[in-house]
Write a protein that binds this ligand. Structure first.
Ligand SMILES: Nc1ncnc2c1ncn2[C@@H]1O[C@H](COP(=O)(O)OP(=O)(O)OP(=O)(O)O)[C@@H](O)[C@H]1O
Length: 235
C-alpha cells in the first residue's frame, strides 16, 4: 500500500476533527478526497505528512509509519499544503534550489532537477521573478514544483486549484496528471469536475468520518452524479 490509514483520530481539545477513519491507496492510484468545510481533510493530510500527531490510530506512507519512521515517510511524500506557504522574497529558482538542498539534492543534479521542474511546471517565463510578484496560479506552480522536486512516490495535495481561474485550473490539472503519472496522488478539492477529470476513486468524509469510498465507475452505476452523492452524504 502507498497510503494506509487505520482507525485514525485527531482531537483538538474536546472536538474530534478526525473520528476513526480508515482507508488505503494502492501505488499509482489518483484519489480525490472530498468533504464539506471542516470535515477533517486538511487535518488528515497534516497527519499523513508529519505536521500533526494523531490522537490515536496509525498511518503509513510508502510502507513507513508516519510517526515512528517519520523521516523516511516524509522523503517519500510531495506535499502541497492548503494556502501554499512560500517565501515571497525569494526568486523562483532561488527558492527551488533552496528547497532541493533541504531534500538533500546537491550540485549538478540539483541544478538539472530544478531546470526540469521549471520546465515541467511552466515556470520558464517567470523563473527570474520574486515569488511575491507572481500571480496566484504561478505561485501554485511553484508550490507544485517544490513538491515534485525530490521525485516522491506519493503526492498529497491540499486544494491545489482553489482560487484559480478556469484556464489555470485546467493547466494545474494537466500538471497533476503529468507529474502524477506513476505516482500515488491523494488530493482534496471542492470541485466535483476535478475529481471526475482526474481520479480513479473518491473518498468522501463528513464530520471526521469516511462516508463513501468508491471508484468513480461504481458511483456512476448508482445512477447518481458525484455531486448528488456528495450532497446526500454530507447534509
Ligand atoms: N489547530 C486547530 N485547532 C483547533 N481546531 C482546529 C484546528 N485545525 C482545524 N481545526 C478544526 O478541525 C475541524 C476540521 O478542520 P480541517 O481543516 O481538517 O477541515 P477541512 O476538511 O480541511 O476543511 P476545509 O474544506 O474548510 O479546508 C474544523 O472544525 C476546524 O475548525
Amino acid at each position: 500500500m502507498s497510503i494506509k490509514v487505520d482507525n485514525l483520530t485527531k482531537a483538538y481539545g474536546s472536538q474530534l476533527a478526525v473520528d476513526g477513519i480508515s482507508f488505503s491507496l494502492l501505488p499509482g492510484e489518483i484519489v480525490g478526497f472530498l468533504g464539506p468545510n471542516g470535515a477533517g481533510k486538511s487535518t488528515t493530510m497534516k497527519i499523513l505528512t508529519g505536521y500533526l500527531t494523531p490522537t490515536s490510530g496509525s498511518a503509513r506512507v510508502a510502507d513507513f509509519d508516519v510517526m515512528s519512521q517519520s523521516l523516511s515517510a516524509r522523503r517519500a511524500i510531495g506535499y502541497l499544503p492548503e494556502h501554499n506557504p512560500l517565501y515571497l522574497d525569494m526568486y523562483v529558482k532561488e527558492f527551488l534550489l533552496f528547497s532541493g538542498k533541504l531534500y538533500g539534492i546537491k550540485g549538478d543534479k540539483l541544478k538539472a532537477r530544478v531546470d526540469e521542474m521549471v520546465s515541467l511546471c511552466g515556470l520558464e517565463v517567470e523563473k527570474k521573478k520574486k515569488i511575491g510578484q507572481l500571480s496566484k496560479g504561478y505561485r501554485q506552480r511553484v508550490g507544485l514544483a517544490q513538491s515534485f522536486l525530490h521525485d516522491p512516490s506519493v503526492l498529497i495535495l491540499d486544494e491545489p486549484t482553489t482560487g484559480l481561474d478556469p484556464n489555470q485550473i485546467q493547466e494545474i490539472r494537466e500538471l497533476i496528471r503529468t507529474a502524477g503519472n506513476n505516482k500515488t496522488v491523494l488530493f482534496s478539492t471542492h470541485i466535483m469536475q476535478e475529481v471526475e477529470a482526474l481520479c480513479d476513486r473518491v473518498i468522501i468524509i463528513n464530520k471526521g468520518k469516511v462516508v463513501n469510498d468508491s471508484t468513480l465507475d461504481n458511483l456512476r452505476q448508482t445512477g447518481h452524479t458525484l455531486e448528488e452523492t456528495f450532497r446526500e452524504l454530507t447534509r
